[in-house]
Design a protein around this ligand. Structure first.
Ligand code: KG4
Ligand code: ZN
Length: 360
């Protein structure tokens, strides 16, 4: 018998609902609706209060749309999964309240899902072969984490960013280059026209890979952003440099190369050190084709790299439904006292003991 799971995601600036159909044959994404809040573009970043209000206005219709896509009515929903954090607390609250109301009135199980666990599950919707053990690189606007995933629900933190998230670095550099928000996709597009090696930016913390210290798998992106700033505005507080479009494309490429080099080197090193044959990249920055191509090239013949399509890499409710369905199937439930938390930790997350060098 098939089971229908409704997922709801409102952690930031996408209002999203999804319906998954689970049966013995597998899990199928039956309906997905994502409404991106364009209002934030005017401000060059997400305005929390506006995000919450826009979620309130849109969520009911977004849920209806996902159900209609799946061809089911609310009464057929067997369980409800909702993002409970991390994210903007006011935005999360809209989704959590909506999910609670539906679960209570329909008398169905409710599950609060961690947004990052959602990103980890996203590729499984298109690549059913993705299964632990694997190394997971989570790169979004708010997080940059390298995880050893020996089993679902068992997450060992190899390293994370010490300052800016990878997506945040893309967004900040995009701003410096006068591109729109969010900046990842525009940087990638501009970089395609860039000439290689005209600029070279530092690869922060790359050399830490060679020493078995606590920062071996850690990342740092704020220095890289500052290095770009020094080219764009050579004298601090002074006039911006007169850059041509070609210069800006060269800068975008040099920045993207530097960021992707570090992300790729650390992920591939961890895969080799653990002796795994699979890796996944998740979160909005996983939309970056240059990053994925570089990682696939680096791990060719050693490990497969699973990445979802762009629609499922950026924030969406399908990934929340996928992670929620897995936890609901294990009998996990949230109570009516479920509260969103902006700093909700990934469940089952422990610090990984430092890995020794490559095993092969
Ligand atoms: O996962 P996500 O949708 O939201 C968060 O949970 O943060 O990630 C959004 C981030 C933004 O910083 C955006 O600039 C970045 O993902 N992004 C990209 C690309 N597409 C989106 N970064 C690099 N290259 C891209 N093509
Ligand atoms: Zn996200």
């Amino acid at each position: 018998m098939a089971e229908w799971i409704l997922g709801i995601e409102t952690s930031c600036d996408e209002t999203s609902a999804a319906v998954l159909r689970r049966s013995e044959a597998g899990t199928e994404l039956a309906g997905l609706s994502i409404l991106s809040q364009d209002v934030h573009r005017i401000f060059g970043g997400v305005v929390p209060e506006l995000a919450s209000r826009a979620h309130v206005q849109a969520l009911g219709s977004v849920v209806e749309r996902a159900l209609a896509d799946a061809g089911i009515g609310l009464r057929q929903v067997d369980g409800i999964a909702v993002t409970a954090g991390p994210g903007l607390v006011g935005a999360l609250l809209v989704g959590v309240m909506h999910a609670k109301t539906l679960a209570y009135s329909l008398d169905r199980p409710l599950l609060g899902v961690n947004h990052l666990e959602g990103h980890l599950f996203a590729p499984t919707l298109e690549d059913p072969e993705l299964a632990p053990p694997f190394v997971g690189l989570l790169v979004s606007g708010g997080h940059t984490m390298l995880l050893d995933v020996p089993a679902w629900g068992d997450y060992r933190l190899l390293g994370q960013t010490l300052d800016d998230a990878a997506g945040e670095a893309f967004d900040k550099v995009a701003k410096l280059l006068g591109l729109g928000y969010p900046g990842g996709a525009p940087i990638e597009r501009l970089a395609r026209q860039g000439r290689p090696n005209r600029f070279r930016f530092p690869r922060p913390m790359l050399h830490e890979l060679d020493c078995d210290g606590p920062n071996r798998y850690a990342f740092s992106f704020s220095g890289l952003k500052t290095a770009v700033l020094r080219v764009v505005r050579p004298v601090p507080g002074g006039e911006p440099a007169a850059l041509t479009d070609a210069d800006r494309a060269d800068i975008a490429l040099a920045f993207q190369d530097a960021a992707n080099d570090v992300l790729t080197a650390k992920t591939a090193h961890a895969v080799e050190a653990l002796g795994y044959s699979a890796a996944m990249v998740g979160g909005g920055v996983a939309c970056n084709r240059a990053l994925v191509a570089r990682l696939r090239e680096r791990l060719a013949g050693r490990a497969r790299v699973s990445v979802a399509s762009s629609r499922l890499n950026t924030d969406n409710a399908a990934m929340i439904a996928a992670a929620g369905a897995w936890r609901l199937s294990r009998g996990e439930r949230s109570g009516w006292d479920l509260e969103p938390r902006d700093d909700l930790p990934l469940p089952g997350l422990v610090a990984a003991s430092s890995l020794s060098g490559p095993t092969k």
